[in-house]
Ligand binder design. Structure first.
Ligand code: PMP
Length: 302
């Protein structure tokens, strides 16, 4: 089966989707990307792209920051659907679009450089290594608005998450939780974080230097509409991680992944909690297009 990619306005086999090492974005990380899930629905023989328009709208925002030109959202969605159809996948897939500076020249800047949009799709299952994630608070801090764009999905900024992830894994954890520069809880390396305390949902506010996750927003809406549970978006202190009843991480790749231990302390009783389980089940039905009340979030590929 040929794996397809999109590069410089053409669909090409992945083996031919290569760029020159002088490509400006390769040198400096000045690019922005998305992660979009295509969720397989067996009964309908269908792959549903989850909130693809919202992902590409976020990418458009990041491109404006980076002065990078890409096609409009509907065209990006069409390219993505065609990419999956060509590859012929009948399973859960992950789409990785990237908008980058294609000029083959060095020079740290945003202006006077050519732009390109590329994308690749591949089968993808579980993201975090365990359904019972064990996390550690990182010695690295989540970068702030003083030195970049914390709300942006900008490639170079992921050095921050990479440093934290490797520190955490080498210290025996599955994932890192980063505090922001003020010392409050921000998020995990590539997931947002939720706590459950006394039946209520808590998550760091957008002002805490987090990436505004699309899964985060979806979970908040599902919790409100389906369970009548409102989420309090606030400043969260480190000790609140240790005193939560339940904790889970959210992201396009990770879905809703329970976190059962933080800094060697069990979260609640150290098992996956009941509200986390309910939200996982609801989200699973929503993202696969089985819950028709949310079918507007699901874009059919076929
Ligand atoms: N934080 C970071 C730093 C991320 O890279 C991601 C993944 N996009 C998330 C949070 C979760 O965002 P989303 O739910 O939109 O995938």
């Amino acid at each position: 089966m040929t794996q397809w990619a999109y590069l410089k306005g053409r669909f090409v086999p992945l083996a031919e989707a290569n760029v020159n090492i002088l490509t400006n974005s390769f040198q400096y990380g000045v690019s922005c990307f998305e992660g979009i899930r295509g969720n397989w629905n067996e009964e309908e023989n269908q792959i549903y792209l989850f909130r693809a328009e919202e992902h590409y709208e976020r990418m458009q925002d990041n491109c404006r920051v980076l002065m990078t030109d890409i096609p409009p959202v509907d065209e990006l969605c069409d390219i993505t659907k065609e990419l999956i159809r060509r590859s012929g996948y009948k399973e859960d897939v992950y789409v990785r679009p990237l908008a980058y500076k294609s000029s083959e020249m060095i020079g740290t800047r945003l202006h006077d450089l050519d732009s390109d949009f590329c994308a690749v799709v591949f089968p993808y299952g579980r993201h975090l290594p365990s359904e019972k994630c064990r996390a550690g608070v990182s010695s690295w801090r989540r970068h702030s608005e003083n030195c970049g764009v914390p709300a942006g999905k900008i490639s170079g900024q992921y050095v921050n998450g990479a440093l934290a992830k490797t520190e955490a894994v080498r210290n025996g954890f599955d994932e890192a939780i980063l505090l922001n520069e003020a010392g409050y809880v921000a998020e995990a390396c590539t997931e947002n974080i939720f706590l459950i305390k006394d039946g209520g949902l808590l998550t760091p506010a957008l002002s805490e230097n987090i990436l505004p996750g699309i899964t985060r927003a979806s979970v908040m809406e599902i919790a409100r509409r389906e369970l009548g549970v409102e989420t309090i978006e606030k400043r969260i202190e480190r000790h609140e991680l240790y005193n939560a009843d339940e904790c889970f991480l959210t992201g396009t790749a990770a879905h809703i992944n329970p976190c059962v231990e933080i800094d060697h302390r069990p979260v609640g009783d150290g098992e996956i909690g009941p509200l986390t389980r309910r939200l996982q089940a609801l989200y699973q039905d929503v993202r696969t297009g089985k819950n028709k009340a949310y079918i507007g979030w699901c874009m059919p590929v076929f």
